[in-house]
Design a protein around this ligand. Structure first.
Ligand code: KG4
Ligand code: ZN
Length: 347
């Protein structure tokens, strides 16, 4: 099945063509970073207006780079949520129009499920059935979750965050450090050569399985990242001028506090679920330091590690089109009167 995918849940405007759930013919991502940079973060109104402006040419480009014309598209797929309501609306409306115009079905996917599906894109990707049950750690700008996948597309959330997501903690931390937006890659750059033990920022291991429907009596798999950000704020107030000499050390220490918790919780979840595979997906998984730490954690837990290809970690439409073409049970056939789902609940 040849699927045309659209993704507009936040500040990337993306379109892609994927065949048979795996073969990526094109994957075009327009990053709106420059438009939001003056404000130090994503402005929803700016994002939706930008989607409206750039989505048509991005779609044309995805089609052309895929070497196809519209008559070859068999299905249109779009992210229905979670994400910014006004941004989702642009993608969903465009996808509905495209499916009507082409006379092909419209499928909708959860953005979070699509992040997990990123593991299975491309020729070298593993077979999903062969690596289940697996435990996935999803770390994006808006979500930090541990998910157990029992069979392809059958996912249960087993851990989540009480407050900020890990990506959000990096974005907010970067602002405190005087770095640009988005903060994750800026902190990664600033931390190069820095000493991750220069400052011991707090690591939070909250009780329970926050936001989760995991098995009763299991270990704590929740996250909390708002405290580490506050700790950075107080540290900087108590050490004026420290960034002049020690920006790399402070950035490396802050990053390490966030990443330690992710690696530790992944290890706990993998052991608790007796999973043979540990998978890591989402924008923050682009970080090379984190990738190395996760390799160590999976090894200690006795699991094989699957890391999403960096190109498919941050938001893209290949993961949307791929998932839609996979036949996984979490993919939905859309009704034309169906709306968007701006929250992560029930996905
Ligand atoms: O998955 P994603 O593209 O969008 C959401 O669904 O939220 O993730 C965006 C997040 C941002 O917080 C960004 O700072 C972070 O991923 N990120 C990184 C890196 N690249 C993106 N964090 C750490 N290191 C990176 N290299
Ligand atoms: Zn995302």
């Amino acid at each position: 099945m040849i699927v045309f995918g659209i993704e507009t849940s936040c500040d990337e405007t993306a379109a892609a063509v994927v065949v048979g759930g795996r073969d990526v013919l094109s994957n075009i991502v327009y990053s709106q970073v420059a438009r939001h940079q003056p404000y130090g973060g994503v402005v929803p109104e700016v994002a939706s207006r930008c989607h409206l402006e750039v989505l048509p040419p991005i779609c044309e480009q995805a089609l052309t780079e895929g070497g196809l014309d519209w008559s070859r598209i068999e299905t249109v797929a779009v992210t229905r949520g979670p994400g910014l309501a006004s941004s989702l609306l642009v993608g969903v409306t465009a996808a509905k129009a495209l499916s009507l115009r082409l006379g092909v079905p419209l499928l909708t996917v959860s953005h979070l499920d699509a992040h997990i599906y990123a593991l299975f894109l491309g020729e070298d990707a593993p077979d999903a059935a062969a690596v289940c049950p697996l435990v996935a750690l999803l770390v994006s700008g808006g979500h930090t979750r541990l998910i157990r996948m029992d069979a392809p597309g059958r996912m249960v959330v087993i851990g989540g965050t009480l407050d900020d997501a890990a990506g959000e903690a990096l974005d907010k931390g970067a602002a405190l450090l005087g770095l640009g937006y988005p903060g994750g890659p800026e902190i990664e750059k600033a931390a190069r050569g820095g000493d991750p033990e220069y400052v011991r920022f707090p690591r939070a291991y909250p009780e329970g399985r926050t936001g989760a429907g995991g098995r009763d009596g299991g270990p704590a798999l929740g996250f909390s990242f708002s405290g580490v950000k506050t700790a950075l704020r107080y540290y900087l107030a108590d050490h004026p001028g420290v960034l002049g000499q020690h920006l790399a050390d402070v950035a490396a220490s802050y990053q390490a506090a966030v990443f330690d918790v992710l690696a530790e919780r992944l290890k706990t979840a993998v052991v608790a679920e007796s999973a043979r595979y540990a998978a890591c997906v989402g924008g923050v998984i682009r970080n090379e330091t984190l990738r190395a730490m996760l390799r160590g954690a999976a090894h200690e837990a006795g699991a094989q590690l699957l890391l999403a290809d960096p190109a498919y970690c941050t938001d893209n439409a290949a993961m949307v089109a791929g998932l839609a073409g996979s036949g996984w049970p979490c993919v939905r056939a859309a009704r034309l009167d169906e709306g968007i789902v701006p929250t992560g609940k029930g996905l």
